[in-house]
Ligand binder design. Structure first.
Ligand code: SF4
Length: 280
């Protein structure tokens, strides 16, 4: 989620986002989920991040790193997601949640309410323009209602496009942010939906230092950031190596060199978060 309106909610600092599944039924047309699934299935048959594997990976991550439940698919499509959140919270990590609520139930919500969440963003279903509105039914409406009534501090509801008419009247107007799809995900989104940017030439800066907001995949691999749906920069694997090792190996060093202007492929050149250092 990268809307300018949410930048204030998305506080600075290192983050590890968790992709809990390979494949996603929500099927937002501005999400290159299929490209991620094709690339990921070539290297791993793990369709879900196993709870014990998550715990093993997390044990290697310093508690100063926030844990984000977002990644390349809807986090609650993994039935262990709430337990993962509770585990990360108990270990002392800051928690950031970005969810459509698909896969979540009332009990999950009650368990989440008991935690102190740094960021809680609900991606509200749209009117069917970009999302699969058959997932909006009585249960979903009840869950949104439960969430609104829970009055969770800092919660934000975001609709990309017009909110679905069956839920628009449940969410208080002042709590709803309306926006449009704005990111091509480094050029991975269908260009008819979000046109890719002009590639950045030379040295550049990631405006949010997202090279330190990496993504854990169901097989333990870690990719550069939430734009890297196609696994273009895999930093390492937390099942087999420590967190700091991810940033000491040639893959990450090359990324830094290329951000400083060296030759070679760099996803950032196609990314809306990249600012050219030389603006002349
Ligand atoms: S500029 Fe690079 S590190 Fe930053 S979000 Fe884009 S692809 Fe990721």
């Amino acid at each position: 989620m990268i809307l300018p309106e949410l930048r204030s909610a998305n506080t600075a600092g290192r983050v590890l986002e968790i992709t809990t599944t390979t494949g996603c039924v929500v099927g937002c047309s501005y999400c290159p989920q299929d490209k991620f699934a094709v690339r990921q299935r070539k290297v791993s048959h793990a369709s879900h991040l196993d709870l014990e594997d998550f715990k093993r990976c997390l044990a290697r991550v310093p508690t100063s790193v926030d844990i984000g439940f977002a990644g390349y698919s809807e986090p609650w499509l993994n039935p262990d997601c709430t337990e993962m959140v509770e585990h990360a919270f108990a270990k002392g990590h800051g928690i950031r949640i970005f969810t459509t609520l698909v896969g979540m139930n009332g009990q999950d919500l009650q368990r989440l309410q008991a935690l102190r969440l740094g960021v809680f963003v609900v991606h509200v279903f749209d009117d069917g323009t970009y999302m699969n509105s058959r997932l909006v039914g009585d249960k979903y409406r009840d869950l949104v209602r439960q969430l609104v009534d829970a009055d969770i501090p800092l919660i934000r509801f975001v609709a990309l496009g017009e909110p679905h008419p069956d839920i628009a009247d449940i969410i208080p107007t002042e709590a709803l942010i309306k926006a449009r799809p704005v990111s091509s995900r480094g050029g991975s989104v269908d260009p008819k939906i979000v046109a890719p940017r002009q590639p950045v030439v030379g040295a550049l800066t990631c405006v949010d230092a997202r090279q330190y907001r990496n993504v854990l995949l169901p097989n333990g691999d870690v990719t550069l950031c939430s734009m890297d749906f196609e696994r273009r920069h895999v930093l390492g694997n937390l099942l087999y190596e420590g967190y700091s090792a991810l940033f000491e190996k040639p893959v990450f060093r090359e990324i830094v060199d290329r951000m400083n202007g060296a030759d070679g492929f760099l996803l950032c050149r196609m990314c809306e978060f990249a600012d050219p250092n030389d603006r002349t």
